[in-house]
Design a protein around this ligand. Structure first.
Ligand code: GDP
Ligand code: MN
Length: 392
């Protein structure tokens, strides 16, 4: 689960990271009020109006604007609120901006990158810094990897103070800025650990001309599997930012990821789902989705799966591939027949059942008056479904 910048900044601030003051707004009037408050309470003369969407690269896409007056904040808020912001992370249709953050602007002398993530190869958290801040860190990693410095944190002893100092040295800092950077690094690491994040990032972390260190941007990805430990963080979920069909699938306990092809797939088990997608491609088709109905494929989950798959207008045929391990294939076949009573399956459907009671399952389907095709071998099923694409 991803957080918005303003939410991430709140978490970082709570752990002691220095973050410029900011106020969230959902309307132009609220944005103007926010700027007035920053002007009155902080003597702010520079403001930043920032689109809150779950994607980076907002600056380049026109979602981050500097303003030198409250009037200018009004103009930028008016432009940004409601815009479909396109960045390298959103896809061509962009993401509609519903919320903006109005912050006090800071003068930037130098931009740095600071991030924490899990290094799966080393089974340790890695803290990374770079003097190439403000730009896409993936690009830095590719083009000049020597400009990223890392330390790994041994989980049994935690982040050691000398490691934070090592990173601040690598940033080329000295004096008070050095001390502030050490403190920011330790605070960010604390925030990362306390929230069970998979990524906590400040890009850019900036040094002002007065030598102050401030977090101008903030990004947090939470570990979904640890969310049950953080009901307060789960409340920060913004469903507008997530794919509506993926949200709906989650409500039914299904794992659904939309893809670009036209062959709908419904499969039990993530491994089998991957194999099914591979074999569809091998047969010359393109999967329209990844859909794992889980170990227990019941009539309800199968029906919910069909509804979700068929909502995608690109789907021209569906392949249902179930391996009966714990679940029995005849039960799945009954589930398909039940589901077909409630929904209009308007595209060719190929069903491949294998495993426990596969023969009974196939017979149930073959004897029904449903116009589906059943297959035994996965390759045959994949060939059938790609052949059926032309019929839709
Ligand atoms: P992103 O493009 O989505 O990563 O959004 P950022 O929050 O990183 O903002 C993009 C860029 O806007 C930053 O890299 C800075 O160069 C600039 N920016 C953001 N906040 C400030 C600020 O307070 N003062 C100044 N001078 N520039 C800022
Ligand atoms: Mn940024």
């Amino acid at each position: 689960m991803k957080l918005h910048e303003y939410q991430a900044k709140g978490l970082f601030r709570d752990c002691g990271v220095s973050v410029p003051d900011g106020i969230v707004a959902e309307t132009v009037d609220e944005a103007v009020d926010a700027a007035r408050r920053l002007e009155d309470e902080n003597d702010a003369t520079l403001f930043i109006v920032k689109a809150q969407i779950h994607a980076g690269g907002r600056g380049k896409g026109g979602g981050v604007k500097l303003a030198h007056s409250v009037e200018e904040v009004r103009e930028h808020a008016d432009d940004i609120l409601g815009m479909d912001l396109v960045t390298h992370q959103t896809g061509a249709e962009g993401q509609t901006v519903r919320t903006i953050l109005v912050t006090e602007g800071v003068d930037i002398e130098q931009e740095y990158y600071l991030g924490v993530t899990l290094d799966r190869e080393k089974s340790m958290n890695a803290i990374m810094v770079s003097t190439e801040g403000g730009v896409d860190i993936e690009t830095v990693a590719e083009e000049s990897p020597e400009k990223i410095q890392r330390v790994w944190v041994d989980p049994s002893i935690g982040l050691q103070p000398f490691q934070a100092r090592q990173l601040a040295f690598a940033m080329g800092l000295e004096g008070d800025a050095f001390k502030q950077a050490v403190s920011s690094i330790r605070s960010l690491y604390q925030a990362f650990e306390e929230t069970d994040s998979t990524l906590a990032e400040i890009n850019p972390l900036v040094q002002t001309p007065d030598g102050e260190i401030e977090a101008v941007d903030a990004k947090v990805n939470l570990d979904d599997n640890a969310l049950f430990r953080h009901p307060d963080l789960e409340e920060m979920r913004d469903l507008h930012e997530e794919d509506p069909m993926e949200v709906k699938a989650g409500e039914h306990g299904l794992s659904y990821i939309k893809l670009d092809g036209n062959v709908g797939c419904m499969v039990n088990g993530a491994g089998l789902a991957m194999a099914t997608m591979d074999i569809i491609k091998l047969a010359g088709g393109e999967p329209a989705n990844f859909l794992d109905v889980g170990g227990a494929a019941s009539a309800e989950t199968v029906e919910a799966g069909f509804r979700i798959i068929l909502e995608d207008p690109n789907v021209d045929a569906v392949l249902l591939n179930i391996f009966g391990g714990i679940v029995r294939c005849d039960r799945v076949a009954q589930g398909v027949l039940e589901a077909a009573k409630n929904i209009d399956i308007s595209v060719p459907l190929i069903v491949r059942l294998q495993g426990t009671n596969a023969v009974e399952g196939k017979r149930l389907l073959d004897e029904s008056d449903l116009s589906l095709r059943s297959a035994v071998v996965l390759k045959e099923a994949a060939d059938e479904v790609t052949a059926a694409l032309g019929e839709a």
